[in-house]
Design a protein around this ligand. Structure first.
Ligand code: NAD
Ligand code: TYD
Length: 351
């Protein structure tokens, strides 16, 4: 792991991961990010410039991706780049297909070309030593759970939203490049992340920001949908563990053992900010809304020795404080285009 290509490194998890790697490993990091609405270079302020390079560009741009592999002698890819918001995938599915599926396949093809010992031999499955492609996926590819049970790595894929369908498709391409070409790879499937630098369209930062400014808190449906929350630092540590110890071709689920109903989280934020339930506004449900996600993380804990270190209480207290302390970061985001998005998403009929 000398030269890591991190895609989508200006987003929420990618920027946390770049900081994590900088602190734990001397590798050179190349961050390829298109800086869509979700990409924000402010997330990376203070990063060590001697080992870090930023390139603004599209993971679907094959010529650019190949140049980066050649120029920086890339030996590791961690693919975060994606359209990541389910609500947006309902209104604009095509961009999810393009970035999440074609982008991943473009990166896989470049990795195969640059990492194969004999690039022109289509039957050769031999690769240079130490190379790995890590695809950052999601538990949403498994679809929805009922009241009981958890997702294991053997749970059948059953994505329900255009977002999760695109992530599942990307996973299948990664699998196929391993099975057909022998590309050294892993797929990680994590549950909902929370922590600093998350774009405030997502549940936790949206609710903190609305609550702070006494805006209504839009709870979809009955608010009893369950997510299994994972602190972003625990996620970064898990990805690093899989890079170092993951068996090629394997999938690893990553979860924080923190199942919470959405309404519990909204109430926790209200309580923490000293507000009242009067701010809660039940709004029409998200179409195709998955009822419950929960991760069985036995494989990564028992085989690779990773386990989450944050309790939900500690992680949420720190996270709420971070958003309150970083008003300037939020203010810079909550402007122009983001405000237009909010107005469209939470129209007067919905609120
Ligand atoms: P994010 O939306 O905060 O960041 C995505 C980043 O990708 C942004 O910086 C954006 O500019 C960049 N990007 C988008 N299209 C691009 C393109 N065509 N080329 C290059 N860069 C592009 O997302 P996130 O929450 O940090 O999620 C990162 C990854 O983790 C995604 O693949 C997502 O599916 C996965 N994931 C996220 C969560 C979660 O809770 N946030 C949970 C499970 C899996
Ligand atoms: P989100 O943060 O969008 O993540 P995901 O859809 O990938 O799980 O949403 C988390 C949960 O919160 C999900 O069940 C939808 C719900 N939700 C609301 O109830 N209101 C909101 O305004 C948002 C953004 C989400």
């Amino acid at each position: 792991m000398n030269n890591i290509l991190v895609t989508g490194g200006a987003g929420f998890i990618g920027s946390n991961f770049i900081k994590f790697i900088s602190a734990h490993n001397g590798a050179t990091i190349i961050n390829l990010d298109l800086l869509t609405y979700a990409g924000n270079l402010e997330n990376l302020k203070g990063i060590n410039s001697a080992t870090y390079h930023f390139i603004k560009g599209d993971v679907c741009d094959s010529a650019l991706v190949n140049t980066i592999f050649a120029d920086y002698h890339i030996d590791t890819v961690v693919n975060f780049a994606a359209e990541s918001h389910v609500d947006r995938s309902i209104t604009q599915p095509d961009i999810f297909l393009k970035t999440n599926v074609l982008g991943t396949q473009t990166l896989l093809e470049a990795a195969k070309k640059h990492w194969k010992k004999l690039p022109d031999d289509k039957y050769s499955r031999e690769y240079k030593a130490g190379v790995k492609f890590l695809q950052v996926s999601t538990d949403e590819v498994y679809g929805a759970l009922g009241k009981t049970g958890k997702f294991t790595e053997n749970t059948a894929l059953a994505p329900n939203s255009p977002y999760s369908a695109s992530k599942a498709s990307a996973d299948l391409f990664v699998r196929s490049y391993h099975e057909t070409f022998g590309l050294p790879s892993n797929i990680t499937r994590c549950s909902n992340n929370y922590g600093p630098y998350q774009f405030p369209e997502k549940l936790i930062p949206l609710m903190i920001n609305n609550c702070k400014t006494d805006k209504q808190l839009p709870v979809y449906g009955d608010g009893m949908q369950v997510r299994d929350w994972l602190h972003v630092q625990d996620h970064c540590k898990a990805i690093y563990t899989v890079l170092q110890k993951g068996i090629s071709g394997e999938v690893y689920n990553i979860g924080g053992n923190n199942e919470k109903a959405n309404i519990e989280i909204v109430r926790l934020i209200i309580h923490n900010l000293g507000k009242t339930d009067a701010l809660i506004r039940y709004v029409p449900d998200r179409p195709g809304h998955d009822r419950r996600y929960a991760i069985d993380n036995t494989k990564i804990t028992s085989e690779l020795g990773w386990s989450p270190s944050y309790t939900f209480e500690q992680g949420m207290a720190e996270t709420i404080k971070w958003y309150l302390d970083n008003q300037v970061w939020l203010d810079n985001i909550i402007s122009g285009a983001y405000t237009d998005y909010l107005n469209e998403m939470y129209t007067t009929e919905r609120l």
